[in-house]
Design a protein around this ligand. Structure first.
Ligand SMILES: Cc1cc2nc3c(=O)[nH]c(=O)nc-3n(C[C@H](O)[C@H](O)[C@H](O)COP(=O)(O)OP(=O)(O)OC[C@H]3O[C@@H](n4cnc5c(N)ncnc54)[C@H](O)[C@@H]3O)c2cc1C
Length: 315
């Protein structure tokens, strides 16, 4: 019989939150496995932060790329003898006080589980979005922006991420329309100023894109109200930045409480309602989602997992 590897804690998700959680749990001498997906449309090790070329609000670093931050965190975590594996968790169950984690490659057991599964981007809903996916409809400016050198593109969304994507695209494109259904886009003040100053970026508010048109590739979008006397804009690319859907299905399957936004509910100790199960980062029900806030929740989760295990040992 093959012996199953067992851990003190298994962290599902190898974004910055999974990595920081792993680093702390390694320092607490917990036998730790961090697992993250890498293939297909899934995010690479390092997670969603690797998709931005500019992080300027992570304490201790005035400026670095998302990939650099993720790499630093991975190296730091590995200092403490933890394992990071490129595997996808498919099923998690609880048998008495032990969690069984089945992945696409192996099966493991663990005393605790920490969810740091993040979120996936919400797909654009209008006609044409699916048809032209990767043929002018995209979700990552860093990955696909260079295709639109000297062309017109549109970003749909009004968040800080949307503004950052617009600034990145403006490095290549001729013109970048930021189209938002609300009254005012909501970037961080620093990014709002950069958007305002950038002559290539035009912000169109109170407007919805109702259709994406093209032949082989995108060539036009239709607006639900006139802009500059027209309801059509000639663009070669459309980037979606309309939010994220938390990847909480595995936690839900295990019995974790999930809210109406599909976020895992946690308390201030990063505990879920299930003893021995913790969560942190973009997948949880916190209002402000940034690398630093998720990392903070993850560090608390690692400490809570440590305390849970210690208490069990004396019971
Ligand atoms: C364009 C953009 C720019 C941003 N800029 C900034 C910024 O400048 N500063 C800042 O602080 N924040 C920024 N953010 C937000 C920040 O990136 C996130 O809040 C943070 O990276 C979330 O980390 P996470 O580890 O919770 O999730 P993620 O990074 O999404 O990582 C989760 C990981 O879990 C993996 N996973 C999911 N399910 C499974 C499974 N079943 N098995 C194994 N692995 C699984 C995923 O593949 C992924 O790799 C930005 C976000 C975007 C989109």
């Amino acid at each position: 019989m093959i012996k199953m590897e067992s851990y003190d804690t298994i962290i599902i998700g190898a974004g910055v939150v999974g990595m920081a959680t792993g680093m702390y749990s390694g320092r607490l001498n917990l036998k730790t496995l961090v697992m993250g997906t890498t293939s297909g449309s899934e995010l690479p090790i390092g997670g969603v932060i690797t998709l931005t070329d500019s992080v300027e609000n992570y304490p201790g670093f005035k400026h670095l790329t998302g990939m650099e931050l993720a790499k630093k965190m991975e190296e730091h975590a590995l200092e403490y003898g933890i394992s990071i594996k490129e595997e996808k968790a498919l099923e998690i169950s609880k048998e008495k006080d032990t969690f069984m984690v089945k992945t696409d490659k192996e099966e493991y057991s663990s005393k605790t589980v920490i969810f740091a599964t993040g979120a996936k981007w919400r797909e654009l809903p209008m006609p044409g979005a699916k048809q032209f996916e990767n043929k002018g409809v995209h979700y990552c400016a860093l990955c696909d922006g260079a295709m639109f050198a000297s062309k017109n593109v549109a970003i749909i969304g009004g968040s800080d991420s949307a503004a950052k994507e617009a600034l990145l695209l403006a490095q290549y494109a001729e013109k970048v329309y930021v189209i938002y259904r609300g009254d005012k886009i909501r970037p961080e003040p620093v990014n709002a100023k950069l958007v305002e100053k950038n002559e290539k970026i035009e912000v169109i508010t109170n407007t919805n894109v109702t259709e994406i048109l093209g032949e082989v590739m995108v060539n036009k979008i239709i607006l639900d109200k006139e802009y500059d006397g027209k309801t059509e804009l000639d663009v070669s690319g459309v980037f979606g930045a309309i939010g994220h859907i938390p990847l909480s299905d595995l936690a839900k399957g295990l019995g974790a409480d999930i809210n109406e936004k599909r976020e895992i509910k946690i308390n201030r100790d990063s505990e879920t309602n299930i003893p021995g199960v913790f969560a942190a980062g973009d997948v949880v029900d916190s209002g402000f989602k940034q690398a630093i806030t998720g990392v903070g929740e993850g560090v608390v989760a690692a400490h809570s997992a440590y305390q849970y295990i210690k208490k069990k040992e004396v019971q």
